[in-house]
Design a protein around this ligand. Structure first.
Ligand SMILES: NC(=O)c1ccc[n+]([C@@H]2O[C@H](COP(=O)([O-])OP(=O)(O)OC[C@H]3O[C@@H](n4cnc5c(N)ncnc54)[C@H](O)[C@@H]3O)[C@@H](O)[C@H]2O)c1
Length: 255
């Protein structure tokens, strides 16, 4: 067990899906010594993630949580403090992708997308900052946005609105958190092979998403490609990093 985030207490939301960014980030954080609170609306999946961490010799608990429910956030922070005594890092990763041509999105689609992928991050940042301020010593918040926040993408009208909101809000959280040494940074994944991506590509297959004309490295990323930056931002190696944006997309948005 290496120690880049040794003894840091980390909440990772949306940790049930395997392959998924939350699942793998949770495993990588635990391998680097973190105590991980894995949450998801899928209780069995969150427990499977925490089990896998414990089976590998790490420390983790699972908590069922609907990220749009403010009370669930309060319960989650309470459970974290009760078990591990502090909260050092929050990874706001849970999300959904309602992908439809713009004119086929209805208001329920839009509201649901904003709620699960943006309001959740608002609630999470508030819950984390409140706890981190109370305990003192600072903390780190990592918000997972998307390249859809950076460039125009078809069928992403609602999804991009939510992820663009995450981008803008994160910088503001970074400003308001700075006096308490609470850092907040954003990750923008490109095409990463997860259950969400598998349902997004459907029968077209992943090759349809990664031609070199669109993704210069011409391959899908693996969840570890995102987890590596999550670990960095959670660690003290990123002590001087806040309000920053990490595009991890094989060059997709560079051209
Ligand atoms: N995979 C990609 O290519 C990609 C690209 C850009 C951004 N992202 C973002 O990365 C994050 C993780 O994506 P992923 O690909 O691992 O997705 P995924 O669908 O594989 O996993 C998402 C997890 O979030 C959970 N979740 C959904 N709604 C929830 C709710 N209301 N409360 C609690 N948990 C909930 C799901 O149960 C699931 O376990 C998402 O925010 C996604 O938008 C992914």
């Amino acid at each position: 067990m290496a120690g880049r985030v040794k003894d840091k207490v980390v909440i990772v939301t949306g940790g049930a899906s395997n392959p998924g960014l939350g699942y793998t980030s949770a495993q990588m954080l635990a391998r680097e010594g973190a105590k991980v609170v894995v949450t998801d609306i899928d209780k069995a999946g969150a427990e499977a993630c925490a089990d896998s961490i414990r089976n590998a010799g790490g420390e983790a608990i699972a908590v069922q949580q609907d990220v749009v429910d403010e009370r669930d956030w309060l319960t989650l922070v309470d459970a974290t403090i009760e078990t591990y005594g502090q909260l050092d890092v929050l990874v706001n990763n849970a999300g959904i992708a309602i992908l439809k041509p713009f004119m086929e999105l209805d208001i329920d689609d839009f509201n649901r997308q904003i709620s699960v992928s943006l309001t959740s991050v608002f609630l999470g940042c508030q819950a984390a900052v409140r706890q981190m301020r109370q305990q003192g010593g600072g903390g780190s918040i990592v918000n997972v946005s998307s390249v859809a926040a950076l460039v125009g993408m078809s069928r992403c009208g609602a999804y991009a609105a939510a992820k663009g909101g995450v981008r803008a809000m994160s910088r503001s959280v970074a400003m308001d958190g700075a006096p308490d040494n609470i850092r907040c940074n954003t990750i923008f994944p490109g095409v990463i092979w997860t259950n969400m991506q598998a349902s997004a590509v459907g029968n077209d297959g992943i090759e349809s998403r990664i031609p070199a004309s669109r993704v210069p490295l011409a391959r899908a990323g693996q969840p570890e490609d995102i987890g590596a930056t999550v670990v960095f931002l959670a660690s003290d190696e990123a002590n001087y990093v806040t309000g920053a944006e990490f595009t991890i997309d094989a060059g997709m948005t560079a051209h």
